[in-house]
Design a protein around this ligand. Sequence first.
Ligand SMILES: [Zn+2]
Length: 106
Amino acid sequence: MEKLKGIRKLYRKGNGQGTSFRGRMNSWTFHEDQRQIDYKARWEGIPVIYVDPRNTSRKCPNCGSSLVELEGRRLWCPSCEKSEDRDVVASKNLVACAVPQARPSG
Ligand SMILES: [Zn+2]
């Protein structure tokens, strides 16, 4: 899984919370959620693999080419000549990082 950095954005601004409250929520959420997920996964015998979430939406999960950003959160691969939702692309790339044998050899 990604290292849950994005979840901090939820508390970053707005909704009338004070700075100190946001700081507490950030640190608690980051560590506690990750610890819980890690613990429960291990309890079920599921391996937890941490990968670098950077650039997961930048390369085609099928061929590795650089993707072109389109409107509406979609990404275009010039090599495969198809577009896909950026979240789908990121998910495929995360799986490919965590499980190397799942990455296509070509
Ligand atoms: Zn491609």
